[in-house]
Design a protein around this ligand. Structure first.
Ligand code: NAD
Ligand code: DAU
Length: 372
């Protein structure tokens, strides 16, 4: 790297969005990256294999809740930015066990803020001006929309409904408070549902692709009419890079794909792509695998995002349409069987068993389980 190139401390950069961000930013030679990740079940060093010989990517195995480690990394590498992806991210897991969500998403973010503040306060004033703390958050902090409600904007009041969403809301409030109280130059982004390569197959889209390929049931919660606004992961990463470099300090930017779809529409689209790409499959049509199962507790009905602020201020727009992004995603999972096998190990099998049982149970066999 040249002397002028910045260094960024990226946390959670072995997870789905973090690794896509790190790979994209290193391909663009945008910054030297120190990548701090705890390698939970969701973190995967295979995601970072293309960078194994890259001298400007340094992976550090550790926890954002470890103040000594974070302070040491800041002092040694003198970053111009901290980009915080590290989190527990799966709503269903937060329903079984909220504690780890509070520990990482709230306490961990607080520790990261506190060490970043100490570091920033001791920088020369020209470097203080340039420093940024970018916190990557979610649209789930805003709660749930009815079908006729306007989409979430940056001024929508917070109303988180799951333990995951509540922990992310708390972390957003802490980031805001560190800006208002101490002047730390923060930025917050709240993004809708991401999909694309390298997503752990506990989430809807990769779970359905892999179950479909294996002829397993495709478990749809409740009536399948819950709506999410889908964004291809590299579009999210481009938005984050823009916010980091050009966003106004202290501001929040919402990011979304303008692709509102019901879960049933998403799963049906995946089945159509699998039918086309696997015409000899014994499981045709893949849509015959769709199975309605017990609904998620507190299941948010609809998310939708108003993106006027980031579009008007920073000129961001998603490049990928849902149909092109979904086809690329299915192809990626078909082409990366090694990666898939590496993540479908013990912990993943235990999760499937705990959450779905041996195989997902149709709602007809459940009591009071379906909202249809
Ligand atoms: P992910 O679960 O795939 O990855 C999280 C990463 O954080 C993993 O690599 C994990 O090892 C690491 N991690 C967890 N606890 C840690 C700790 N204490 N210290 C250091 N590293 C730790 O998550 P993702 O889907 O890539 O989401 C990344 C961020 O983006 C999260 O903050 C999430 O809330 C947010 N977000 C996700 C989405 C989405 O659709 N996936 C949408 C909007 C916002
Ligand atoms: O909106 C942004 C959020 O999107 C992120 O903050 C979260 O980290 C990310 O996990 C995602 O949350 P969701 O709960 O919306 O994503 P998930 O893929 O778990 O579920 C998407 C929808 O699909 C949701 O309505 C629940 C439903 N679903 C999910 C699974 C795993 C099913 O019907 N069946 C399933 O087996």
């Amino acid at each position: 790297m040249t002397e002028a190139s910045p260094t960024w401390l990226v946390t959670g950069g072995a997870g789905f969005i973090g690794s896509n961000f790190v790979l994209g930013r290193r391909a663009a030679k945008a910054a030297r990256i120190i990548n701090l990740d705890k390698l939970t079940y969701a973190g995967n060093l295979r995601n970072l294999e293309p960078l194994k010989d890259d001298p400007d990517h340094l992976f550090v195995h550790g926890d954002i809740s470890d103040p000594a480690l974070v302070a040491e990394l800041l002092e040694r590498h003198r970053p111009q930015a901290v980009v915080n992806f590290a989190a527990e991210s799966h709503v269903d897991r937060s329903i079984y066990g909220p504690q780890v969500f509070i520990q990482t998403n709230v306490v961990g973010t607080l520790q990261l803020l506190e060490e970043s503040r100490h570091y920033w306060e001791n920088l020369p004033s020209a470097d203080q001006e340039k420093f940024r703390f970018l916190h990557v958050s979610t649209d789930e902090v805003y709660g749930s929309l009815n079908l006729d409600d306007p989409p979430f904007s940056e001024t929508t009041p917070y109303a988180p409904n799951s333990p995951y969403a509540a922990s992310k809301a708390a972390s957003d409030h802490l980031v805001r408070a560190y800006h208002r109280t101490y002047g730390l130059p923060t930025l917050i982004t709240n993004c809708s549902n991401n999909y694309g390569p390298l997503q752990f197959p506990e989430k809807l889209i990769p779970l359905m692709i892999l179950n479909g390929l294996q002829g397993k049931p495709l478990p749809i919660y409740g009536d399948g009419k819950n709506i999410r606004d889908w964004l291809y992961v590299t579009d999210h990463c481009e938005a984050l890079a823009l916010v980091l470099q050009q966003g106004r300090v202290g501001e929040t930017y919402n990011i979304g794909g303008a692709s509102e779809l019901t879960n049933l529409e998403v799963v049906t689209a995946i089945c159509g792509i699998l039918d086309e790409l696997r015409p000899d499959s014994p499981f045709l049509p893949h849509s015959s695998l769709i199975t309605y199962v017990k609904d998620r507790l507190g299941h948010d009905r609809r998310y939708a995002i108003e993106t006027a602020k980031i579009a008007n201020e920073l000129g961001w727009r998603p490049r990928e349409s849902f149909s092109s992004g979904l086809a690329a995603t299915v192809r990626w999972y078909l082409a990366h069987r090694d990666w898939v096998e590496s993540v479908q190990t013990g912990e993943y099998q235990q999760w499937l068993k705990k959450h779905y049982g041996g195989a997902p149970q149709p709602t007809g066999t459940e009591r009071n389980s379906c909202i249809r």
